[in-house]
Design a protein around this ligand. Sequence first.
Ligand code: 2HA
Ligand code: ZN
Length: 275
Amino acid sequence: MSVLITGIAGIGQVRDEITTVAGFLWHKGWAERNAGNLSYNITQYFDAPPGDSDFEAPVALPRTFANLNDQLLLVTASNSRMRDVAADIPANMCLLQIIDGGKAYRQLKKPAPEKMKPPTSELPTHLAIHDKLCAENRPEKVVIHTHPNRLIAMTHIREFCNQSVINNILWSMQPETCVYIHDGLGFVPYMQTGSDALALATLAALDRHRIVLWEKHGCLAIGENAREAFDLIDIAGKSADIFFICRNAGFQAEGIPLAELKKLRESFGIAQPEE
Ligand code: 2HA
Ligand code: ZN
């Protein structure tokens, strides 16, 4: 990310959000080594995109993301550590412009060419989600993927690998989960990391959810900004924490009764779950 980008109005706020949230992910213990990735559609901050000579050569994409043509996205670099993203965004993120009608991207040059890194291995998933968000004119600009320990642990227990079962447990652990994640988590069965299949299953889940749980892998959430996406994972993770704290103490968490959750939804004007 060059001086060119740091000078764009509003980008300071984006930088602060990413710094804060990447630090949270590391300190939560959800971001071992290069675990997790983050992308931010920052097109709105540009009056005019950088010039052609500011970009590296185009790279073909495996699929066409037509709704992303000309969009500018900040994405974590492949193999970047969240703790390093928090400390130095320019060195650990890539600014991509989607070009050729969504068939390719090009990366903004870095001041030192040896600092160039390819974007995250989960790029197909991130682009597919941003493409959908643009197509549907939705306000969410951020996609966060991370590895929250206890949510992942729950998906190693077969009986919880069921969307309705796991949502009912998480909702019942604390009122916040029911209120702020009223639409529940989308559950995606185990699939190869970085695969198109995982991207497509995640897209389908995002039709009805803002947070998606990948079996035996991690979580992905979308938000209008990075803090909002983080909060969804944090709240769901807290429910999983409470569940296991009770289990580890030798008890089964009682859970807020269904009738109380129904009342809570009524008083907050939240639709009752269909599941
Ligand atoms: O970026 O977490 O899912 C590393 C990962 C892949
Ligand atoms: Zn992952």
